[in-house]
Design a protein. Structure first.
Lengths: 453, 571
């Protein structure tokens, strides 16, 4: 069965010849028409459409967007803020940057509809420090939109006004965590806040109710406003509605970004049919389905269990290739859809070295606020780099797993899981490689494979 | 005495034990009320909760209710309401008590969490306990013994950080020992209102430091040393001087102002090594000013008076007292008594007794400075209110003894008894001092002791028992920490003997007996004895003195009642 065709909603114009990121081009393609119509409707109706759509956040956790908006404390009398999480920093994820680089007005339209629906008067786009070009494009786009009265005071001649500001991060992964991002936006170190009591919907930016949404999520809001929540919910699969962008990197013939209806494509179809399969003479060994912090999947392992299809419980028995790429199915097999960053590793990769690389990243990015993550991530890095560059002991794999087990679930933010899950899954699934790494190191790598630095 | 407001109580279940606690109490405090220890580092009862150490992880559950009907869901196995336990461990410090809250602190998961956090805290800790000042009062030591695994699995290199960073004149930082709990940072921001500390770098390389160009030099900097759970912050005054387990702790009161911060004096073999604050939630919480910690240095100061002197020559207490008695007789009717706002209530009571017997006017000298709105008030006398309560004075004193100076000039006063007050500093000229016979009771040499006919060395607050009445009209007691130096006599003994000489009847000087006399004579203190005075003090009814324009402005736990009171009112 051939893979289903891409369905490009968000990425409709990405890489389209002749499509530019200026306002004129966007308007020529029907831009801001949806916003004009949305502004004729009561805001509560727009929130309802998003609730009906079943849209789930595209940033990593997959939290239902409508529910998030519903949690907003609207009675406090304080201003409500929208913070756009454009800190796309999960390794293996590169979707939001294309939206911002090539179609920034799509994001601005999504932001404005969201702001109007939730009575937000100020929105901040928090863009990671490594995206200077994206920040400049966004600033230009906002200026254009403001000049055309699509944002700023008295939008479209109405009494409603909303300003959008771009705020550049300084280059820290943790700023993608919503409360860390808020702290950073307030000008402090991005230490994630404890929840309770600091839920952004109640005590967010400047202790005011705040919505934090991912770039892709907000773009979806525009299309939900256009087609209606019920219609949007028909795209994809139940509880996994709409389309999502999958960023495939690593050892495939055609890495890149692909937009599919959620759950309509399996991992095998994605990697073999869409991305052209493994490199010549290689075999797939492992794949991380949702950004580097998701648990790794090993080709050859099988997943069995029961799942709900419609009203019935159905048995499933999947190889990695059979797993549908949606939030629930990936969750069921013990990993996650995460941010949509699919990282493929073939048989040239030694998993100890791959983990050493990931551990180095998380040790470098741990903010240092709470003990388990601060000390655990660096300890794991020290163990795995000693294995690679020094003396590897057969018991190191178990030690790594034990350290990781002391982190996950015990930290202030989800970074604890993000740094523990790779170690836990690598050791669980590739334990033999960890046991035998001391010997494996002595054999030369196949030709053309680069050494770990 | 005003009864505190009754808080709303809720019942929580900790390790199967039902405990009634005020609603909103966090789980660490609730457990403490039930006698259960929940280990923690970053949590401090007087600072905001940040939840970063993760040592206080506990299991938490709430009684199950049917979401539709709100009816309790019963557990058939136990016949009690089912408890929905949250699978993830929660931090106790940020979990507040609500009705029906269930907590487990002894499960395998909680044990594993604590062992894990202890292991993480120790892997990059230098473990230099043998040379660390915190040893003996280190939470890391105590809790690794109580909750750690007792062995190490860490074979990598430890992080290296600066070992000796002077954050300010009184605080030294060892970054390797720091567990990044951020207590000192929060203290500086929230209590001292001097935001100078912060972390730089990230992850396990995070390092505590002062902001560029800033120093931790405010008058509260040593509190960061007190609250540092490890040996990262040490006092430059105390470090390497003495092991804490050798030190005796004596409760005392800070005498630098009328706040009356509660303190502990740490001494060994008659030598005081440090002063730290003692928690009193109604007075100083857990804080005190750095300036008050230096006061012990007066005990062994160069200018300490240790020899009884008569007409400038060494004498004995008996001879000096006899000489004083002679002066009382020969100058009867021409005597003035200068009491002190630094004297204890008991001493002021005896000073009053002496003045009454001599039919002499009693003066007091005020010391007014700038209050810092925290724990140093504008009134630098610790016990002016004691003088009001005992009736030694009836109105607020001034800083200059101008009435006394005029009386000396007029020749109506020939003898002055000064209880520890330097009359020269209070405005008397050398000429005026030369015109009178001064009987000086005091601890340190000054112009008055030099000019005095009779010098009777007495004791510092660290060498005697007594009480002070602070700005809230709270009676608080201090106890003898170290023995008196040879040659100095307890103020009470000296005052009692002088009063006896003046009145011709014996006067009690032993503090228990003295309190019987005080209780009988002073209605405000009628129900009290020295022994039954609680550690946290006893609040007196201040209404008789409500109209007086006290000098104090607002400080921690104190708001001036008098509208006339202004900060640093010139005397």
């Amino acid at each position: 069965m051939p893979a289903p065709a891409q369905r490009r909603i968000i990425f409709q114009h990405i890489d389209e010849p002749g499509y530019t990121n200026d306002l004129a081009c966007y308007v020529k393609h029907g831009g801001y028409e949806i916003m004009k119509k949305a502004f004729q409707r009561p805001p509560a109706e727009l929130v309802d459409e998003v609730k009906k759509s079943g849209l789930r956040g595209r940033g990593g956790a997959g939290f239902p967007c409508g529910v998030k908006w519903g949690l907003l404390d609207k009675k406090s009398g304080k201003p409500i803020y929208l913070v756009v999480n454009a800190d796309e920093s999960e390794p293996g994820t590169f979707k939001d940057r294309y939206i911002m680089h090539q179609d920034p007005h799509q994001l601005i339209e999504g932001i404005m509809i969201t702001c109007f629906a939730n009575n937000v008067k100020q929105a901040y786009i928090y863009i990671r420090g490594e995206f200077p070009h994206g920040a400049r494009i966004l600033e230009k786009a906002i200026a254009e939109a403001r000049a055309a009265n699509f944002c700023g005071p008295n939008v479209l001649g109405s009494s409603y006004g909303c300003e959008i500001y771009v705020h550049r991060g300084a280059g820290a992964y943790i700023c993608g965590e919503e409360t860390g991002l808020i702290e950073s936006l307030e000008g402090k170190r991005p230490y994630p806040r404890i929840k309770p009591p600091y839920f952004p919907a109640v005590l967010g930016l400047y202790q005011c109710p705040t919505i934090v949404n991912n770039v892709e999520t907000l773009c979806h809001v525009k299309h939900i406003a256009a087609m209606g929540g019920a219609e949007f919910a028909k795209i994809g699969t139940p509880n996994n509605t709409g389309t999502r962008i999958l960023c495939v990197s690593g050892h495939v013939q055609k890495p890149g970004y692909y937009e599919f209806e959620v759950g309509k494509i399996t991992m095998g179809e994605l990697l073999n049919d869409v991305c052209g399969g493994p490199l010549p003479g290689r075999k797939f060994k492992a794949v991380i389905p949702g950004g580097s912090s998701a648990k790794v999947l090993k080709f050859g392992e099988r997943f069995k269990g029961k799942r709900k299809v419609g009203a019935e419980m159905v048995d499933y028995d999947w190889a990695v290739e059979d797993v549908p790429m949606d939030f629930d199915c990936l969750g069921m097999i013990g990993t996650m859809g995460g941010s949509g960053g699919v990282i493929v590793m073939d048989d040239s990769v030694n998993m100890v070295e791959a983990l050493a690389n990931i551990n180095a990243f998380y040790a470098h990015e741990s903010c240092g606020q709470c003990t388990p993550c601060r000390e655990g991530s660096l300890w794991m890095k020290k163990i795995s780099s000693r294995m690679v560059h020094g003396a590897a002991r057969p018991e190191d794999g178990q030690l790594l797993k034990s350290v990781a087990d002391q982190i996950a679930g015990r930290t202030i933010c989800a970074f604890g899981e993000a740094c523990a899950w790779p170690t836990q899954s690598y050791v669980a699934k590739f334990g033999d490689e960890f046991k035998g790494y001391a010997d494996a190191k002595k054999t030369a790598k196949p030709g053309g494979v680069t050494d770990l630095i | 005495m005003i009864a505190p407001a009754k808080p709303e109580l809720v019942t929580v279940n900790i390790d199967g034990k039902e405990i009634s606690v005020p609603k909103g109490t966090n789980v660490i405090e609730a457990a403490r009320l039930g006698g259960i220890d929940i280990p923690h580092y970053c949590y401090h009862p007087k600072l905001t909760v940040v939840g970063n150490c993760r040592m206080c992880l506990i299991e938490m559950g709430m009684p199950a209710v049917d979401p539709a009907t709100k009816a309790p869901v019963m557990d058939p196995a136990t016949g009690k309401q089912k408890i929905n336990w949250i699978p993830r461990p929660q931090i106790g410090c940020a979990t507040n008590a609500s009705a029906g809250l269930h907590i487990r602190t002894q499960t395998p998961q909680v044990k594993d969490c604590r062992e894990g956090v202890m292991e993480f805290l120790l892997i990059n800790h230098p473990l230099d306990c043998p040379i660390c000042d915190q040893a003996g009062e280190c939470k890391l030591q105590e809790q690794s013994t109580g909750y750690g695994r007792g062995y190490s699995r860490f074979i990598e290199q430890k992080n290296v950080k600066p070992k000796r960073t002077l954050l300010g004149p009184r605080v030294m930082l060892d970054d390797e020992r720091c567990i990044l709990c951020s207590r000192c940072i929060r203290f500086s921001q929230e209590i001292a209102k001097d935001d100078v500390l912060g972390f730089i770098d990230r992850g396990s390389y995070s390092t505590l430091t002062c902001y560029p160009g800033k120093k931790l030099e405010n008058n509260y900097s040593l509190n960061t040393v007190d609250i540092c759970p490890v040996g990262a912050l040490t006092s430059t005054d105390f470090r390497f001087k003495m092991r804490v387990w050798f030190l005796k702790q004596t409760n005392s009161i800070d005498t630098e102002s009328s706040v009356g911060a509660n303190t502990v004096v740490w001494s060994r073999e008659g030598v005081i090594y440090r002063i730290t604050p003692r928690r009193n939630d109604d007075v100083n919480d857990t804080w005190m000013a750095d300036s008050g910690r230096e006061l012990y240095k007066a005990v062994a100061a160069e200018d300490r008076l240790t020899a009884v002197k008569l007409n400038g020559a060494a004498s004995t207490l008996e001879l000096a007292l006899a000489a004083a008695a002679d002066l009382f007789k020969s100058n009867a009717g021409g005597i003035a008594v200068v009491g002190s706002g630094r004297s204890s209530v008991e001493e002021q009571f005896l000073t009053k007794k002496l003045a009454t017997a001599l039919k002499a006017p009693a003066y007091l000298v005020s010391r007014v400075g700038q209050g810092d709105k925290i724990l140093v008030s504008a009134d630098r006398n610790p016990n002016v209110r004691g003088a009001l309560v005992t009736g030694l004075i009836v109105s607020l004193p001034s800083s200059q003894l101008s009435a006394l100076a005029a009386a000396i000039d007029a020749g109506t006063v020939k003898t002055v008894v000064s209880v520890g007050e330097d009359l020269a500093a209070a405005g008397l000229t050398a000429g005026q001092l030369a015109k009178v016979s001064v009987i000086y009771l005091g601890t340190h040499a000054n112009a008055t002791s030099a000019a005095a006919r009779v010098v009777l060395p007495t004791l510092t607050v660290f060498e005697k028992n007594g009480t002070f009445v602070n700005q809230q009209f709270r009676v608080q007691k201090f106890l003898k920490a170290v023995p008196a130096p040879a040659g100095a006599t307890d103020d009470l003994v000296v005052l009692a003997k002088l009063a006896a000489a003046a009145s011709g009847t014996a006067v009690a000087s032993e503090i228990g007996a003295l309190w019987s006399a005080i209780a009988a004579a002073v209605p405000a203190l009628g129900t009290m004895t020295f022994a039954n005075l609680p550690e946290t003090g006893l609040l007196l009814d201040a209404t008789p003195w409500a109209a007086l324009p006290f000098a104090e402005g607002e400080t921690l736990h104190y708001k001036p009642s008098s509208a006339k009171a202004t900060e640093g009112r010139p005397a």
